[in-house]
Write a protein that binds this ligand. Structure first.
Ligand SMILES: NC(=O)c1ccc[n+]([C@@H]2O[C@H](COP(=O)([O-])OP(=O)(O)OC[C@H]3O[C@@H](n4cnc5c(N)ncnc54)[C@H](OP(=O)(O)O)[C@@H]3O)[C@@H](O)[C@H]2O)c1
Length: 339
């Protein structure tokens, strides 16, 4: 059975408390001069928490910001405009638990000839247990892992994110969690299948799906950047963020953790800074397959870098998509060609 590092939400949150006091090695490298005037930045899950903080910070630094979200449309976009004093912000509908909306979203970007320079795969959910999506998968599996495969492959196959031969490269940044460290190997008996589970397995799956996501990001980088680096694909854990991630947790748990979140978890505005650093600093220009835990460079779990694991995940993800997303073969065909 697949298992993440934590099965108890209180223990998971206490690990976050330790992170709050950690030294931030590269923080002094981040500068007001890291600007984004020429950049178009796409952020998923941008209506809340870290995604919202990212939208404000990128907009303040001059970027054109496309917020993607399934709720608070257009309010969250209007609020970001106000806070950042920028008009170059819009919010578009994207529900990552509904595969068809991912297609519609990318089609809209392609139709409007929008080119994304920096894509932040931020959206995720922490559910108290299993929930089945209309396409038949577990919701956390689809939102926290598989939708990121669909979105990244569609952005590439429709040319919304372009591969480049020269700097500045386009960038994909996957928002992960350091809690992925120590999760088990990917379990292909469970992969993509729906079964019932409760809170402990939900907490465990949250960190386990981050290991799956990091393995995909590593494999994507390996396939695209085989000859030379043409797309910068990196992973970051923002550390503990005082966000809405626990909004679906049982009431008692939410109340218990609310205090911890308020006192020792970082505000979304502060937690956004290492992500913006990774996206804009010359320190990370032209680099791929890097991992930051807040402002600290680190290695991901060793399993993430095992080539055999990456290849197997790639093949199994495409097999699954061919069976559940049969009306759209073009992007899986294209992904098949990335070897
Ligand atoms: N909070 C932490 O301590 C912490 C620590 C490490 C990593 N992270 C990571 O940071 C990222 C942001 O999380 P957060 O803490 O800022 O939590 P959050 O406030 O709950 O934000 C999550 C975002 O994802 C969106 N989302 C969830 N399900 C979606 C769906 N089906 N379709 C589209 N969007 C969906 C949410 O939209 P709605 O508002 O509509 O639900 C929200 O905008 C996540 O990847 C999380 O794993 C968080």
């Amino acid at each position: 059975m697949a298992e993440g590092r934590f099965t108890n939400p209180v223990v998971a949150s206490l690990a976050g408390v330790k992170d709050f006091f950690a030294k931030q090695e590269l923080e002094s490298r981040f500068s007001d001069e890291d600007r984004a005037e020429e950049k178009t930045v796409l952020i998923t899950g941008a209506n809340s928490g870290l995604g919202y903080g990212l939208a404000v910070e990128f907009a303040k630094r001059g970027a054109r910001v496309i917020m993607a979200g399934r709720s608070k449309i257009p309010e969250a976009g209007e609020q970001v405009k106000k806070e950042s004093a920028s008009e170059k912000v819009e919010i578009l509908y994207l529900d990552l638990s509904k595969i068809e909306t991912i297609h519609q979203f990318v089609q809209l970007l392609a139709k409007r000839e929008i080119k994304i320079d920096i894509c932040i795969f931020n959206a995720a959910t922490a559910l108290p247990g299993s929930r089945q999506t209309a396409s038949g998968q577990d919701e956390m599996f689809l939102v926290n892992y598989l939708s990121n495969v669909i979105l990244s492959q569609l952005l590439l196959s429709k040319g919304v994110v372009e591969l480049k031969e020269e700097a500045p490269l386009s960038k994909m940044i996957f928002i992960s969690s350091d809690s992925h460290q120590g999760a088990t190997y990917i379990d292909y008996d469970e992969f993509g299948s729906y079964f019932k589970y409760g809170v402990s397995k939900g907490i465990s799956n949250y960190s386990y799906f981050k290991l799956v996501l990091n393995t995909y990001a590593t494999e994507l980088s390996r396939r695209i950047n085989r000859e030379s680096t043409r797309l910068s694909i990196n992973v970051i854990c923002p550390g503990p963020v005082s966000s809405n991630i626990l909004k679906e947790a049982p009431w008692l748990l939410r109340m218990t953790l609310k205090g911890i979140f308020r006192i020792v978890f970082k505000s979304p505005a502060k937690a956004a800074l290492p992500v913006v650093y990774m996206a804009l600093s010359p320190d990370y220009e032209g680099r791929s397959n890097e991992y930051l835990h807040m402002f600290n460079p680190k290695k991901m779990d060793p399993k993430v870098y095992e080539v055999h694991e990456g290849e197997k995940l790639w093949a199994r993800s495409l097999d699954l998509l061919r069976s559940i997303d049969q009306d759209h073969k073009d992007y899986t065909d294209q992904a098949d060609k990335m070897i």
